[in-house]
Design a protein around this ligand. Structure first.
Ligand SMILES: Cc1cc2nc3c(=O)[nH]c(=O)nc-3n(C[C@H](O)[C@H](O)[C@H](O)COP(=O)(O)O)c2cc1C
Length: 199
């Protein structure tokens, strides 16, 4: 997969989705792809970030992670998204970024991008699937090819069995409950393998 370009695009307030994105980045590199790890711009008011010590600490710690641009979308053959669940939906930060892609969409620049997504939530039934499906709705409008993991490898079962994309629950202390690292790496490699076939 030497000629493949993978963009891992995430939003995270308290670090979970940053970790998922880093595992996807590692999986992509293992597969031989050129990988960019990119965050979407924070849009929350500074006082909201300041009022939550975990959010503030993560915000400060990831200041140097590059912010995604529209050029990155055009550059990528494959894109993996990672976002926390917000009321069973994607966070507004990711939606705000997706809503800037109208020009690329209009010019057909997003057609046939191979995509998949990951998420986290406090509760196993707190909207993990609906968040992924909400994100995929936009992907269908792009004309992208959704390469969800399905049950293509036993690691999906060990990670909680979400076929739409790897998802993880976080406890009250913000720690991941299920061990999903292998599932994330499998998802990254599978997304790239579909991108390779398309390319
Ligand atoms: C505004 C808001 C809405 C949330 N909605 C849900 C939800 O619908 N279901 C759920 O299980 N967890 C919900 N959570 C918990 C987050 O999903 C959890 O904190 C997140 O997955 C952690 O990811 P991060 O560390 O990458 O920010 C919500 C959190 C916030 C702040």
């Amino acid at each position: 997969m030497t000629n493949l370009k993978l963009a891992v695009i995430y939003y995270s307030s308290t670090g979970t989705n940053y970790q998922l994105a880093q595992w996807a980045e590692a999986g992509g590199k293992e597969a031989g792809a050129e990988v960019k790890l990119l965050k979407v711009p924070e849009t929350a008011p500074q006082e909201a970030i300041e009022s939550n010590p975990a959010w503030k600490a993560h915000y400060e710690a990831t200041k140097d992670v590059p912010e995604v641009t529209l050029d990155d979308l055009e550059w990528a053959d494959a894109i993996i998204f990672s976002v926390p669940t917000r009321f069973g939906n994607m966070p507004s930060q990711m939606k705000a970024f997706l809503d800037t892609t109208g020009g690329l969409w209009f010019n057909g620049k997003l057609v046939n991008k191979t995509v998949s997504a990951m998420t986290s939530a406090q509760n196993p039934h707190g909207g993990q699937e609906s968040t992924l499906l909400a994100l995929y709705t936009t992907m269908y409008h792009w004309g992208a090819i959704v390469a969800a993991p399905g049950y293509t490898d036993p690691v999906t079962f060990a990670a909680g069995g979400n076929p739409y994309g790897t998802s993880v629950s976080v406890n009250q202390d913000g720690e991941m409950v299920e061990d999903v690292q292998a599932a994330v790496i499998h998802q990254a490699k599978r997304t790239l393998s579909i991108a390779e076939k398309l390319k």
